[in-house]
Design a protein around this ligand. Structure first.
Ligand code: K2U
Ligand code: ZN
Length: 167
C-alpha cells in the first residue's frame, strides 16, 4: 500500500488523455488500491489516475458519509446526463481553490469493475458531481477550465508561487 504523489495544476501532465485499460491485471488492482489509499488520506471523495500521473482510464470514488463505499471504475463511460445544478467544487490537484461549477444533476455511467464485470451506475447528488469531475480528469480537463480566463490566470500564478515556496 502506498500514498501516491498528486500532480498539481498547472502541470501539463494533467492535460493528458488517458488510455483505455485492456487488461485488468495485478498492476491495475494495485494502482486502484494505492489510489483509494491516497484519496482517503487526502482526504477526498474521488481521484483519477491522471492525477497520479498514470494515464489510464481508472477512477476511484467514495462519496458516502461513512467513507466505506469505495467504487473503482475502469473505462467509465457517460451514457446519459440530465438536469443542471451549480455547486462549489475543489480538486486535489488545485489545493485551496473552490468555485461554483455547473454540472448535470443526474448521470448514468457504464464501467468495468475490478473483476471485469460490466456495471451501470445511476447517480445524483455529490456522487454525480464527483463522477463527472473524475471522468473529466481522464480527458485531461480540470474544473478550473470552466472559470474565467482572469480567474484561471490568478489561480495559475498562485499555485506556481506556492510550488516555488515549497520547492
Ligand atoms: O478529483 C479530485 O481532485 C477529487 C475531488 C473530487 C470532487 C471535486 C468536487 C466535488 C466533488 C468531488 C476531491 O474530492 S476535492 C475535495 C472534496 C472533499 C470532499 C467533498 C468535496 C470535495
Ligand atoms: Zn480533481
Amino acid at each position: 500500500m502506498s500514498l501516491l504523489p498528486i500532480l498539481r495544476y498547472p502541470d501539463l501532465r494533467l492535460k493528458t488523455l488517458a488510455a483505455p485499460i485492456d487488461e485488468i491485471d495485478d498492476d491495475i488492482r494495485n494502482l486502484a488500491r494505492d489510489m483509494a489509499e491516497t484519496m482517503y488520506g487526502a482526504p477526498g471523495i474521488g481521484l483519477a489516475a491522471t492525477q497520479v500521473d498514470i494515464h489510464k482510464r481508472l477512477i476511484v470514488v467514495d462519496a458516502s458519509e461513512t467513507r466505506d463505499q469505495l467504487l473503482v471504475l475502469i473505462n467509465p463511460e457517460l451514457i446519459e446526463s440530465e438536469g443542471s445544478r451549480f455547486g462549489e467544487e475543489g480538486c486535489l490537484s488545485v489545493p485551496g481553490i473552490y468555485d461554483k461549477i455547473e454540472r448535470a444533476e443526474r448521470v448514468v455511467v457504464d464501467y468495468l469493475d475490478l473483476d471485469g464485470n460490466r456495471r451501470r451506475i445511476e447517480a445524483g447528488g455529490m456522487l454525480s458531481v464527483c463522477l463527472q469531475h473524475e471522468m473529466e480528469h481522464l480527458d485531461g480537463k480540470i474544473f478550473v477550465e470552466y472559470l474565467s480566463a482572469l480567474k484561471q490566470k490568478r489561480i495559475r500564478s498562485k499555485l506556481l508561487k506556492q510550488a516555488r515556496i515549497t520547492a
